[in-house]
Design a protein around this ligand. Structure first.
Ligand code: HEM
Length: 473
């Protein structure tokens, strides 16, 4: 049995969604390790007038602001973690998001290449710390806390390279108009959530925290042990969304697919823009389902009435089916081995098609996992950027109706490296070998990467250890 999690030792964002209205992510470079250590110690203690690092322990009444901190591999080195210890960390984390092989693997190429990234993120070696602040309700509180933190880290041996803001849109919508923050993994032992419980499998704690058994029966860990138990990793991403281009894509291809733009938007995502999943609402979006039902579905069943092996309701290449194929047959390990916790929020103003602008907007935040390599990078490189992961599978009606392998092409419309010369999205139809499918081709990327950082979130005791390293104790 998995040992209980000491919530006081876990950084909050790893296991709790804060449901904040505003966020600010500071990108910092360490210029003086000893001063940085003192700053970290003060954040852990909540001393020197600084907000205290938020833990996974829920507090009542719920606080209105939350703070978490993470480090890159060069950041840990700057604080004094030995090179021999860094070698025990996730291999992709060691390389960092700007490494050419890493970037290539996750599709950060061309207009998404690290060289084009904003806010000092292009130079991965100088990015040491991500300090994130989430605030409920009040922009004033965000500014007041930012002023406090800025004064402290400037005096605390850290240089601000950039800050990246996020602002929630009404109804948990993101740019492109979809409701987000619906499906999250049920992490074994995580604090009870206000979010309505769904019927999806519980995922082993070790997929999200170091030091606990994971889905493969192993345990991710690092040395020194002080940094291991209750720590985790995340991919921080700034993903710019071109709303006008996406609207245009929907207009163009809805005509080709002989469906309305809302239906095509649902087919691309797997959920209607109001959040209802195609599996439960296949023909029209309908009124929003109760929260408790929004995530209760699978893709494959022995009952022909509910089965969707072929992706006739929710395309096999849709965004949510690629990123969590649930009980559908895939090559290699199943989806419980590759789940991620998403803590991203929109940035930039809402796009008004009647008053087009050049503002930048998108999604910014963390994709959390205990293995960057097996989770974030696996999802991106194996399930979003290829069409080769689907296993041969026939529906209860038999092989004359089709086979799942014939019903996916190309890459994820949202996250893929979509080149008009090769892009393809399949709307499956009944028939052998996909002969009746509609393949939409010739579209480009509507989402580009504007920044990425691979981060390590130490446990609270691990933060204490890091703080003490640079004090020579
Ligand atoms: C701007 C970029 C992105 C957009 C517009 C986007 C959009 C969405 C939307 C609308 C949903 C459905 C809401 C929900 O189920 O909570 C969703 C779900 C999801 N997305 Fe994304 N997403 C983006 C980036 C990513 C990235 C970078 C990943 C990871 C590599 C990812 C993985 C997932 C996963 C795992 C789910 C839940 C699937 C499920 O469990 O059914 N998304 N996304």
């Amino acid at each position: 049995m998995t040992p209980p999690i000491n919530y006081d030792d876990v950084q909050g964002t790893l296991l709790r969604g804060y449901r904040a209205d505003f966020a600010r992510h500071f990108v910092l470079s360490i210029s003086n390790a000893a001063a940085a250590g003192q700053f970290i110690a003060a954040l852990v203690a909540g001393s020197n007038g600084l907000p205290k690092i938020t833990t996974a322990r829920r507090a009542f009444p719920k606080p209105t602001s939350f703070v978490n901190i993470s480090f890159t591999s060069p950041g840990l080195a700057a604080l004094g973690v030995a090179a021999s210890d860094l070698q025990s960390f996730d291999p992709s984390f060691q390389l960092g998001a700007t490494n050419a092989a890493v970037a290539n693997n996750v599709g950060d190429v061309g207009t998404s290449a690290p060289a084009t990234w904003v806010g000092g993120l292009a130079n991965g070696g100088q990015v040491h710390v991500l300090l994130s602040l989430w605030v409920k309700d009040s922009l004033q509180t965000l500014e007041a806390l930012s002023t406090q933190l800025r004064a402290a880290f400037a005096g605390g041996g850290m240089v601000e390279l950039s800050a990246h803001d996020a602002t929630a849109l009404p109804d948990n919508k993101i740019h492109f108009g979809y409701r987000d923050s619906i499906a999250q993994p049920n992490v074994a032992g995580a604090p009870a959530s206000k979010r309505a419980a769904d019927d999806q499998p519980v995922v082993a704690t070790g997929e999200f925290l170091l030091g606990y058994p994971n889905e493969s029966g192993g345990t991710y860990s690092v040395t020194p042990t002080a940094l291991s138990l209750n720590s985790s990793y995340a991919a921080f991403r700034i993903l710019e969304q071109d709303v006008a281009a996406y609207d245009q894509l929907l207009e163009t291809y809805a005509t080709q697919a002989a469906m309305d733009t809302e239906m095509l938007a649902a087919k691309i995502c797997g959920r209607w823009r109001n959040g209802n999943p195609l599996e439960l609402c296949p023909t029209e979006q309908g009124t929003v389902l109760p929260n408790a039902q929004l995530n209760n579905f699978t893709y494959v069943s022995t009952d022909a009435a509910t089965d969707d092996t072929l992706g006739l309701k929710c395309p096999i290449g849709s965004h949510i089916r690629r990123n969590n194929p649930r009980n559908a047959a895939v090559v290699g390990t199943d989806s419980t081995h590759h789940r991620i916790v998403r803590r991203a929020m929109p940035y930039g103003p809402p796009y008004d098609p009647s008053n087009p602008d050049d503002a930048t907007r998108g999604l910014v935040g963390y994709f959390i996992n205990a293995s960057v390599h097996n989770q974030f990078e696996f999802l991106t490189s194996q399930w979003n950027d290829t069409d080769e992961f689907v296993k041969s599978a026939v529906p209860p009606g038999g092989s004359t109706q089709g086979n799942a392998v014939s019903n996916i092409t190309g890459q994820d419309v949202f996250l893929g490296v979509n080149d008009p010369a090769s892009s393809s999205f399949t709307l499956p139809a009944l028939g052998k070998n996909g002969t009746n499918n509609t393949n939409l081709t010739g579209f480009g990327r509507t989402i580009t990467t504007r920044g990425g950082v691979y981060c390590f979130f130490p446990s609270i005791s691990g933060l204490g250890y890091l703080a003490s390293l640079s004090q020579g104790s």
